[in-house]
Write a new protein. Sequence first.
Length: 237
Amino acid sequence: MLELAHRTVFFDPRRAGARACAPGERPPEGARVALCDVSLAVAPGERVAVIGPNGAGKTTLLGELARAADVEADGTPGCVFVPSDDEPMPALTVRDYVMLGRTPRLSAWRRPAPADEAAVDAAIASVGAEALARRRMDALSSGELRRASIAFALATGAPALLLDEPTAHIDAAGRAAFFDLLRRIGRTIVMTIHEFPLPRGFFTRAVLLREGRIDADGAPAEVMSRYLDDTQEECER
């Protein structure tokens, strides 16, 4: 279970980065609030679309879910956050990058064991990226980056994936292939997305964020209809 309870997050102009309020605390004067009293629970196996206008707090929500998740005794995280491909990519081969997903299980002095090597090979094979294994991350296309990033997430062993705009900059055929991949791997998914309509039958739930608050939460078709109706009304004003 991924869960947040009454989470408020703000950007303080006097400090770098975002900070969550402690219980009973309020954001300081002049702070920009990214999330305001947000409560959200995601059950195992759910596939949740997080939608809303730019600046609504969608990426911040994923980050807070990641921070709130438990870590197993063997180092397996409860979830893994996969950032958008706008983030700079390391000058590593795909295989070396996916191996980083095993880092929580390794002590500072231990090299990857055969089990780690096998997990990396299996993760790369699961996303059909065997031909990319020796390619550098900073030389991949958007679609190839998505596959490598999902392989990294699978290598961690985490049961839940938090994906930030994973279908941005990918054409329609690439998006269809990507969602087919996510269906096959069978993980809990929480994903921010801007491309509409949402893929038929993929998401079990949608959450609409506006100005840092959850404005709607429920069946994807109903939440999407509300979002599009509200957007049209705003355009007609």
